[in-house]
Design a protein around this ligand. Sequence first.
Ligand code: FAD
Length: 389
Amino acid sequence: MENSNNQDMLAIERLLSVEERQIRDSVRDFVNAEIVPITKQHFRDAIFPEYVVKGMAGLGIFGAHIDGYGCAGVSPVGYGLIMQELEKADSAIRSFASVQSSLAMTAIWLHGSEEQKNHWLPLMAEGKVIGAFALTEPDHGSDPGSMTTFASPNTKGWILNGEKFWITNASRANVIVVWAKTPDGIKAFIVEAPVKGLSVSEIKNKLSLRISSTGSLAFENIQLSNDSILEKSKGLSSALQCLNYARFGIAWGVMGAAEACLTETLNYTMQRTQFSRPIAAYQLVQSKLADMYTELSVGQLLAYQIADNKRSGTLHHSQISMAKYRNTQTALDIARTCRDLLGASGVLDDFVTMRHMMNLEAVNTYEGTRHMHQLAIGKHLTGIAAFDG
Ligand SMILES: Cc1cc2nc3c(=O)[nH]c(=O)nc-3n(C[C@H](O)[C@H](O)[C@H](O)COP(=O)(O)OP(=O)(O)OC[C@H]3O[C@@H](n4cnc5c(N)ncnc54)[C@H](O)[C@@H]3O)c2cc1C
């Protein structure tokens, strides 16, 4: 981590290749120039900044982890660093890139035919087609395997009925990867929007991820062609495979949000004077700064370790669970402590910390809650599943 004093106490920089540093720096420059200055207003207005999509595509951010099909094919560390830099600005910006890349594009890449990949992935890499990933339903969140959305075969292909909820990019997506039960188990389908029978509505008044567009989808007798099914998808595990790509990115991304809070707070505590001294001079404050810096560094090393395991082909989903829930909790703890140290100023949106704190609440819940990831690790350790599914 480089804070305002350019400190990297554990020399984490040394772990990065020249190429990975270049990727990070180019995304960092773009984020600082194009995204950081507009986040406050966009958060107030709850509007996604459409115009940043072109810049993100130009940097090769969409589907960056995919090799071929017009995608950049960067290393796992390179991908993680992209997520970290995006989330320094706002978790919603990282969420947008995650859904496009790790969920929608990855679903097509892992489970689609060559024709589907050749058609959709280059368009999505260029940001010309925006994707969504529709798994969650109003009554099925942590337990998506109990979904009721159903696709029935007919002479023309498939008829889709059901409802999805809490879907990022729902109202903006041209391509929605919808997970549905079929007589042959859970499968993924590409639904091109708009289409007859599809209703989309925006979920309004979120207090978290306000920059992100989140919506609900209703499918009423939508006729899908045979080409719309992602043939290689087989059961819920195929959806979870995609989620693991996104959770990997979250483990990196939230460290960016935490770093932004800590950098702001370190600067503030050195400038803010109470009882004739900067508040950073007090032992109680330094103890909090030291704890936060240490936890942040440990989280960055955890993110690096899972990336290294991914590179060597030894990454297990329980490691991703550990990094997703641990780093999100660490980032939340850091954001809350920073808010405290900023005093009354910290409740203003002139400071980034409370916005990050509110965003991280949703990040803590989506892509598997803390409980669900703890239970995944519990199962790995004991061999006993604490829940069915
Ligand atoms: C802003 C936002 C964007 C999202 N984007 C998407 C998207 O693009 N696509 C998509 O498909 N979904 C998306 N989601 C949905 C998200 O993945 C779900 O919210 C998440 O899976 C949790 O489901 P739930 O909210 O229904 O909570 P629930 O499953 O109802 O959980 C509520 C609480 O109960 C606990 N709990 C549940 N079961 C157990 C158990 N067995 N043991 C112990 N505790 C348990 C949970 O840990 C949690 O604390 C998004 C959510 C948000 C907030």
